[in-house]
Design a protein around this ligand. Sequence first.
Ligand code: HAM
Length: 442
Amino acid sequence: MIEKISGIRGMNDLLPEELKLWSFVERKIISLFNSYGYEEIRTPILENTSLFQRGIGEVTDIVEKEMYSFTDNLNGNSYTLRPENTASVMRSNIEHHLTYNGPRKLWYFGPMFRHERPQQGRYRQFYQFGIEAIGYVGFEIEAEQLFMISKLWSLLGLSKSWKPKLYLNCLGTLEERSSFRKALIDFFSIYKDVLDKDSLSRLERNPLRILDSKNQKIKDLISEAPEINQFMGKESLKNFSNLCNLLEERSIPYELNSSLVRGLDYYNSTVFEWVTPFLGSQEAVCGGGRYDHLVEMLGGKPNGACGFAIGMERLVSLLKKANVLKVGSCLDLYIVHIGSFAKIKGLLFSELLRAVGISVKVDMTDASIKSQMKKAGLSTARFVAIFSKEYLDEDAVVIRPIHAPNSVKDEKIGFRTGQEKIKLNNVIKYLQSELSQKEISK
Ligand code: HAM
């Protein structure tokens, strides 16, 4: 027997059942993003490696250990599968002068790739929904983004106890950060013997990264370390407190976390993470913040920006745990038939239905009517139409609701009651009127 080829660890197939749940979530997110004036952008999944080295920062976990990079045999260039999309969107923004006529609000959805140790909620290919607002300075846009995320949890049906919790920090301006950096080097240098290998290597190159450590000994040390707010000037403090005030005005709970530095180096000023206790150790569902210097670092004109990304796998997992996912019926009609004449009639009639926007699946088998009906029952269709010579001779078909509104399940036949004989020339009108009723969940 020929050996089977399996998928790559940490890279998941998304099967139709799962994708029905994803589509429900995707539709809600996209309509929310659109309602705030964000426009979609799509960039390639492959970029020059230098984009991420420069954008995300050389001394970060992502760039040091997690990138899928390879050298192109033809031209010797190094390419990388995008580990995130902010750098790519900024590259595209510079290349296409997207902010030439003023600020732009952009959103994206797609796969990202990080060579991490796979576990529940942490994958090597995972999907992000993200937002980048380019050309915006000030706390107002940050507040609007946080309002939007908070609204998303409600739109998805999460009750108060299930909503992710918002953690906020301010990293200050570049100058403030540089004083903070120096203070951290001074502080941690005293405890070199306590620092682990990773932290030691970061001490001089990127001491802020030490604050990200998961090592309990280092965490204890961090609680004694200097905090960024000791180095923040008037302007930074005022902006941050304005943002906090707006959150309070909208009754959005938050907690300040001075060791929240995020795993990417492009941030300054406000950074945030939405965290849930329901997903084990992979607790961040969404993360983002302001990154005013990234455009400049990538060769563009200085332009303030801020954004965030939501991890789809983690979000869907949370929604499943909270039991709030509803899958609407995706198919309007399933056509079954008795005999080949009826099958062809059904096939031709389905074209007329699709032409007016009714979605139809025709059973293409020659199986018994019982087995076709069983398949119709297992489908997501709201109605089944039975094409048989007996009724076609009267120019009619029989239509039964399956997952239709207000239909009652008949336990004996496993179907819903309420079958009707409908004349062929009335079928479209009948279905259109029935389908216009409120979409129900299965
Ligand atoms: P990030 O915090 O690296 O930020 O990722 C955002 C979200 O993606 C995380 O909160 C998490 O839900 C999800 N995520 C990250 N890594 C994995 C993984 N290995 N498996 C599953 N889910 C994962 C960024 O990527 C920034 N680009 C966000 C941003 C946009 N900042 C400004 N604009």
